[in-house]
Design a protein around this ligand. Structure first.
Ligand code: 0L1
Ligand code: MG
Length: 272
């Protein structure tokens, strides 16, 4: 992978492809099939993709980390986490409903969310995670790759805003002790589809806070008080089906849930 950043026009062209795929709910070809792009270019495309959402009157909601589990990082052959941008249109109310028709081939994964307690200038802070977050919540991320068959390489998925598509955040609680090994139960319609531990998130989800601050500084993402951070998945993601009730409970932190409306007849039909 080369290291230079592509021209502005190429960045805008690639961002347009990804934005159109999301807006029309039609998967597109991997960018890597037609272009050799560096990681810096991929992050520039991601910024442009998020910029299109902001231009449609969304506002920044937060950030997310991907590849925080050893298994997923190994599958991708990467040793560093990736960062993506959450915008207000991605927020799904706890207990709310999503419609399958608003997505291409969505999956959900159980996570923890943190809330930043103060503004952070890039490079300003290098201390304890607990000094800059004031709350934690059980959460789920909805990921929906804009690429056909959910297939991508590292630069593809970074450009595609790390597949970020939805965030469901449960009730916020003060940061307590022992977040490094809380039991996580991920259920659809009352059946367990994933069981794990918060330890799957970088060994301790508080490490996601420090990693996210470092990555945000590197890729010029503004961090302000109230910014939400999705720390990473505690179990593998599951594909969403119409009529399903999805929930995640995290020991000592409570439960977060949403339901899926729409029709399965379209499932996969958007992978054209
Ligand atoms: O949030 C995540 O860990 C997903 C990162 C992107 C890879 C994927 O879509 O599975
Ligand atoms: Mg995730």
């Amino acid at each position: 992978m080369s290291t230079h950043v592509a021209t502005d026009s190429l960045v805008e062209d690639l961002a347009s492809r990804l934005d159109a795929a999301a807006m029309t709910r039609t998967a597109c070809a991997q960018l890597s099939q037609s272009h050799k792009i560096s990681l810096d270019t991929a992050y520039a495309v991601q910024r442009a993709v998020a910029g299109r959402r902001l231009a449609r009157c969304e506002h920044p909601l937060g950030i997310k980390l991907g590849f925080t589990s050893r298994t997923k990082a190994a599958q991708m052959g990467v040793s560093e986490v990736i960062i993506g941008r959450l915008t207000s249109g991605m927020l799904v109310a706890d207990g709310g409903e999503i419609n399958l028709g608003d997505y291409i081939h969505p999956r959900a994964e159980p996570e923890l969310a943190f809330r930043l307690s103060r503004d952070l200038a890039p490079g300003e802070w290098n201390g304890q995670a607990t000094d800059i977050v004031d709350a934690v919540a059980p959460a789920m991320e909805i990921i929906d790759s804009r690429f056909r068959d959910f297939r991508f390489d590292l630069a593809d998925v970074v450009a595609d805003n790390t597949s970020a598509s939805g965030a469901v955040i449960g009730a916020w609680r003060p940061i307590g002790e022992g977040l490094d090994n809380r039991g996580v139960l991920f259920e659809t319609d009352g059946r367990i589809v994933g069981a794990g531990s918060t330890a799957a998130i970088l060994g301790d989800p508080l490490r996601a806070v420090t990693a996210a601050v470092r990555m945000a500084a590197r890729y010029q993402i503004t961090l302000s008080a109230g910014t939400v951070l999705l720390a990473g998945a505690a179990t593998p993601a599951v594909a969403l089906r119409a009529g399903t009730a999805v929930s995640t409970s995290v020991s000592g932190l409570g439960r977060v849930r949403f339901t899926v409306a729409g029709s399965d007849s379209l499932a996969g039909a958007n992978d054209e």
